[in-house]
Write a protein that binds this ligand. Structure first.
Ligand code: WTA
Length: 654
């Protein structure tokens, strides 16, 4: 086996067609989907151009669909002008003004709801407040907020005046906030005194003060929402309470119409090395894909209640909370706090109480809730849920089956949606009323998304067991436009590998005989054992399929003979074992992997921990685990870790 090839050894055969009642009422049926594929294949630009005309309210129509002259800096819908907030709010007022836009639940149980008319009025008031403070189109504004309706109001208000927001997740530290403010050259911060998370108050204003004290010379104004009510400092001339800022503002605000390519937002994501990248998205293309994916993938109907559990600090909270669902006039749920506060039933209690019909969350949350057992979800009425979704990491077949059986009553569809901050919207996914899903596969690319899997030389791979680089062959409307302030890095990171011929996602994947995609992990995480290149995902999935295992992460460390040895970090469903029990379980798990997967995939080391190191968005930090497995000094920034104390356990010191 050549060492350039990635092999797939996971063999998942189960397949679940959508139930007939779902098919009957689905927005996109099999024939519709085939027609969309056919049109995209026959006339790529015509396909996107028509969709853009039908989907978006244009102030001025565009005159060019795609401009490739500066590739890989592509531009879409040149000549057109629009306003994203107008497309999310004003277009609904006549028919849906009284419809609930947001149902909010705070961590302490307070609830509140806003109709489309009320939300629009709040957005306009705050947009006017921003203008009154001198904010203009093109200015960068950082949003550092708890997960409350005002976070969405702030984002929409920025969009309304053409300002470029950069949302920084409320769990980030003062220094992360400072880096992001400085990189963007922001003029204002919108924050709150504090937010509630896991029974504690997250001191957002104090962190903002600390960030600004160390630099951030461009900041002129800080808007502060009163949420937690604790004492904070307000700096005269700079800081302004939200309530005071909007007090005298009109509930009407003429939207600022901007060019299609006007930046809508920046969103910083940590690269595997170096400083965070400010991923820049453009107004029209982003809106188009965010809107159509909410219609096609989440099948949102008039009476649906959509809950995407992501925080607005992540891209998922942009496309499937703050923009996409509002663009289609849906009712969304927002929840401020932790999934397990005050207990592991919180998510299910919210679903029951607010009648959630479409539920979208991350594998990390599913695995955490699965670990708590079936009784908790079974004690809630989840019968209104008719569609489930997942995003953020590969979902292990075991967790997928639990999600289906315990939450989905063993019958409703699951959409495993693959996409990235950079792609702006869902790219590879089942269509719930059409696709027969397989646990662990994100199935097929959407119409108009030319995904492929290529080898080291950029040649398409067709063999079902062979993995390779996941790439996108053609530009698409919601693609990132650049990295803010560093176009060279944009080209190097996403295009250089194959000479600008296609977008390189950085994930490895393989495609089965049905043309379904299976994400195997990040390319950087691929293991090389005795000349076999293996994705981390497959070994992890087999470990998680063992009855005692809740979560697993595998990484490689150098090995004299095999090239790399596999180290597995395992979290069990019950207590962490020690001594003889740990030894017995280690050999049991090694044999299990050998039998279920392949002898070469047997982990050399297995270490048990109470938790795995994860980023704030719930992704396993394999790079950190690799450092630990190699016994090297940790030089990575561990401040974004959820729980620093587990490092000792992982090292084997505790
Ligand atoms: C991973 C989140 C497998 C992948 C929207 C990708 C997934 C990265 C899936 C982007 C999925 C996301 N199956 N892997 N359904 N969804 N990923 O930027 O490695 O936070 O490249 O965007 O998450 O993460 P990001």
């Amino acid at each position: 086996m050549s060492d350039n090839k990635i092999e797939s050894i996971l063999n998942e055969q189960r397949s679940f067609p959508p139930p007939q009642e779902f098919i009957d009422s689905a927005t996109i049926k099999a024939a519709d989907l085939e027609a969309l594929y056919a049109k995209a294949a026959a006339d790529y630009q015509g396909y996107w151009g028509d969709l853009a005309r039908e989907t978006i309210h244009w102030q001025k129509p565009f005159n060019q669909v795609l401009d490739e002259s500066s590739a890989p800096n592509y531009t879409w819908f040149r000549g057109g002008t629009l306003n994203v907030s107008y497309n999310c709010l004003d277009i609904h007022l006549e028919s849906l003004g009284d419809k609930t836009a947001i149902i909010f639940e705070g961590e302490e149980g307070d609830t509140r709801s806003l109709s489309y008319a009320e939300l629009t009025a709040e957005v306009c008031r705050f947009a006017n407040a921003l203008k009154a403070s001198g904010m203009e189109a093109g200015d960068r504004i950082v949003i550092y907020m708890p997960m409350v309706p005002e976070a969405v109001i702030a984002m929409q208000a920025c969009a309304r005046i053409g300002a470029i927001h950069s949302v920084v997740f409320g769990g980030f530290s003062a220094s992360s906030l400072r880096d992001r403010i400085e990189d963007a050259g922001a003029r204002a911060v919108i924050t709150a005194d504090g937010g509630h998370r896991g029974g504690r108050v997250v001191e957002l204003k104090a962190a903002t003060d600390k960030a600004l004290a160390g630099g951030c010379a461009t900041i002129e104004k800080v808007f502060v929402l009163k949420r937690s009510g604790q004492e904070i400092n307000m700096q005269e001339g700079r800081d302004l309470w939200w309530a005071d800022a909007v007090a005298d503002q009109s509930a009407e605000c003429q939207p600022t119409f901007v060019d299609s390519e006007h930046p809508l937002f920046l969103l910083y994501t940590s690269g595997s090395t170096g400083k965070p990248k400010g991923i820049q998205h453009a107004a029209a293309g982003y809106l188009l894909n965010a809107k159509i994916t909410n219609q096609w993938v989440f099948d949102l109907h008039d009476d649906d209640v959509f809950w995407c559990t992501a925080d607005v600090g992540w891209v998922t909270g942009h496309s499937y909370v703050a923009y996409g669902p509002l663009a289609v006039g849906a009712t969304i749920v927002m929840y401020e706090g932790a999934p397990t506060y005050p207990d592991g039933g919180r998510f299910w209690s919210i679903c029951e109480k607010h009648g959630v019909t479409v539920f979208y969350t991350a594998p990390t949350a599913i695995r955490a809730l699965m670990k708590l057992g079936d009784e908790i979800p079974q004690s809630y009425d989840l019968s209104r849920i008719r569609l489930l979704g997942t995003v953020g990491e590969p979902i292990n077949p075991e967790a997928w089956m639990w999600y289906r059986q315990v939450i989905g009553r063993d019958k409703i569809p699951i959409v495993d949606t693959w996409w990235q901050t950079e792609t702006g919207a869902i790219m590879i996914t089942p269509i719930p009323g059409v696709t027969a899903t397989k646990p662990g596969s994100c199935t097929r690319p959407l119409p108009g998304i030319e995904a492929d899997i290529v080898d080291e030389n950029g040649n398409s791979i067709d063999s079902p067991e062979a993995g390779g680089y996941l790439v996108i062959r053609k530009p698409w409307p919601s693609m990132l436009r650049t990295i803010w302030g560093d176009n060279q890095r944009y080209i190097e990171t996403y295009w250089r590998k194959f000479n600008n011929r296609f977008y390189v996602a950085g994930d490895s994947a393989h495609r089965d005989a049905d043309g379904f995609y299976w994400i195997m992990g990040r390319i950087d995480d691929v293991l090389n054992v005795a000349g076999h290149r293996l994705g981390t995902m497959e070994v992890e999935s087999v470990l998680v399929a063992h009855e005692r295992v809740a979560e697993a992460a595998v990484v490689g460390r150098p090995h004299d003979v095999k090239g790399e040895a596999i180290c597995a970090y395992v979290v069990l469903k019950g207590e962490r074992p020690t001594g003889a029990e740990a030894e017995a379980l280690t050999s049991e798990l090694r044999n299990w992997v050998g039998e279920e997967l392949a002898a070469i995939a047997k982990p050399d080391d297995i270490r048990f921990a109470d938790n795995l190191p994860k980023t704030r968005s719930g992704k396993i930090m394999r790079r950190l685990l690799r450092t630990i497995a190699r016994g090297e000094q940790i030089t990575q920034d561990t401040s974004t870790l959820e729980d620093e104390a587990i490092l000792d356990q992982l090292r084997g010191d505790a």
